[in-house]
Design a protein around this ligand. Structure first.
Ligand code: HEM
Length: 207
């Protein structure tokens, strides 16, 4: 199997986690406590040492193989969707490194925090951190959806270009809506809660 195929299959594996992860964030629209209950249930699966190790290996493999593929195809890729695939892929690679280090290593090991709703919320509720973290999270969700839209377009354009474009646009709109809703759900004012004091130590410089 070549790098491209392996990148595709490891991407599918990661997409399963990302889909569940973003769904978990959306449950916060119905309250931070529901979000944390759902997260507790999901953690039984993805924090299982075997599954978490496989997930972290898939993250690492996805980044390395993605960067290799970008170097290979960069010069031949003309057109909006091939370019969108490359740039969104590069952002997802950057985000996966920063975000996994921030949650798994910094949040859990260094700061000894439960990396739950409050850990995600503190950085979008405090200034000036929010000026960085709002676009940082929004672009992450957009890049995941943008990457999928670009792949979907290229895989289905031979059937009908117009339909492929329409579907790709709908996937992009879903990214904007979901990214916006997740950021809304993280607002203290939306939830009517106060973030516990111990989470303020995160503002020392976490991603
Ligand atoms: C608005 C967007 C997002 C927020 C606020 C967010 C927040 C979080 C938080 C709080 C955790 C810790 C979960 C736990 O302790 O159980 C986490 C874990 C993680 N997130 Fe996100 N996330 C977001 C989007 C994403 C996206 C788009 C990706 C993928 C591209 C992603 C990939 C991961 C990964 C790989 C982990 C580590 C899972 C583990 O091994 O424990 N996240 N995220």
């Amino acid at each position: 199997m070549n790098t491209k195929k392996l990148h595709y299959f490891s991407g599918i594996t990661l997409s399963l986690f990302i889909g569940v992860h973003l769904f978990n964030h959306l449950t916060a629209l119905f309250g931070a406590s529901l979000h944390m209950q759902v997260m507790d249930a999901l953690r039984l699966v993805y924090r299982n040492p075997v599954i978490e190790t496989l997930l972290l290996i898939a993250v690492l493999f996805q980044i390395i193989s993605g960067v290799q593929l970008v170097r290979k195809v960069r010069k031949q890729s003309a057109g909006f969707y091939p370019k969108l695939q490359i740039y969104t892929g590069l952002y997802v690679a950057f985000f996966l490194v920063a975000h996994t280090v921030a949650t798994v290593w910094q949040g859990r090991q260094v700061l000894q925090l439960d990396t739950n709703f409050y850990y995600a919320a503190i950085v979008v509720n405090a200034l000036p951190a929010a000026l960085f973290f709002m676009p940082y999270y929004f672009l992450a969700v957009m890049s995941v959806f943008g990457h999928v839209a670009a792949i979907h377009y290229q895989k289905t354009q031979h059937l009908s270009v117009i339909r492929a474009q329409k579907h790709a646009k709908l996937i992009l709109i879903a990214g904007v809506v979901i990214g916006g809703l997740i950021l809304l759900s993280l607002q203290e004012s939306y939830q009517g809660i106060e973030i516990p004091k111990e989470y303020y130590k995160t503002l020392g410089g976490a991603f």
